[in-house]
Design a protein around this ligand. Sequence first.
Ligand SMILES: Nc1ncnc2c1ncn2[C@@H]1O[C@H](COP(=O)(O)OP(=O)(O)O)[C@@H](O)[C@H]1O
Ligand SMILES: [Mg+2]
Length: 427
Amino acid sequence: MISKSQQPRRCYVYMTLPGETKPVTAGRYELGPDRSGVPLGRFVYGRSYLARAEAVEIDPVELKLAPRLYETMLLNGVFGALRDAAPDYWGRLVIERALGKGPLGEMDYLLQSADDRAGALGFGLNEKPPAPMRQFNKTLDLEKLQSIALAILKDKNPVRGPEAEQVQKLLLRGTSMGGARPKAVVEDSEGLWVAKFNRPGDSWNSARVEHAMLCLAKACEISVADSKVVSVARRDILLVKRFDRERTKAGYLRHRMVSALTLLRADGGIQDRAKWSYVLLAEELRRLCAEPRKAAAELFRRMCFNALISNIDDHPRNHAIIAKDRDWKLSPAYDITPSKQVSLEHRDLAMTVGDLGRYASAQNLLSQCNRFLLDRPEAEAIVARMEAQVGGSWHSVARKSGVTVRDCEAIKGAFVYPGFSFGLQVA
Ligand SMILES: Nc1ncnc2c1ncn2[C@@H]1O[C@H](COP(=O)(O)OP(=O)(O)O)[C@@H](O)[C@H]1O
Ligand SMILES: [Mg+2]
């Protein structure tokens, strides 16, 4: 909550337009208290931006291209698309650590984060945007990045002095991505990668298990982000290729990216849970995506896959749409991991699946299949094929991805749990 005495703070919002590698100024964002002290966010597109033939909307639900003042009191005054471009738990921790203070205001997190954030937006205090970020950490820096990340995890208190400088130099330049796991952005000859580090205390080798799940999803006809595992200082690191950046001779193209949380106009908190729904998301995709049928069926497959591998961390920030040009489409799948689940009868996903709420069962998956533009036989065929694929190949895919026998034992209960098929009557 912003105190009454605080002045509104402003920043400029920059956009890297489709096909371009340098940003232009898209508009101005202001965050301040309203008369009763409640955070109020305001955004206007710049006139010169609106006059550009090639101008594109920041997002297709809240900030459409129009010459008007947008206002929001939701999410502490931060528009969903701006929140998507802001650092999350991990990025915020790094910023606090680097500055030696925290927690900071929403505007500070936006302005303090590096320009390697997801999507095509940037933020700054100057009307004219700065030159695009050209220097990225290299894969060769991973050892150092990993050790700083682990040090931050060990001691979350802000520090000053040489360590803060190191965090500033290395980790700050590479952690504007969202999410809670420790991560950094690194570059190699192929382009940019999100490097996700294992945490001490993880139940299994997360890097290898997540890589295996991405491979398994691919085998289930799901479009996924490319990934690989590298070992640095005897620790495994998952590298996920960034799908919102494309290297060209002139620099990086940036694709716009908006999370499902924004599409559902929802908050990340538990109180807004009613809006977290695959069914509602499918309807948003049908409305917004250039190929509605393709997007809705792809979402159905992802929901089904998450149920079959007990990925209960499938919340709306782990789904997104992207736009390389004008058209929006579902982004490749990312952040897919099995969870440790005890119940054999009943498991819930994070989002509503169908008539039986979040219940991860075939019957529930099929109950609203028409909202995904699938008829019942088509949907049944997808579920049956995927159930066979996951059940029959998760182990070999995991072993091929370097998951140890011990870790396979630890995750095996996640796949095709008995409750998945309860109550199912196939015609
Ligand atoms: N391959 C990718 N390309 C572009 N953005 C990505 C990619 N993978 C993840 N992201 C973005 O980074 C955020 C954090 O990544 P994620 O894998 O979800 O990490 P965590 O496990 O910490 O939640 C995601 O919510 C998404 O916005
Ligand atoms: Mg995530």
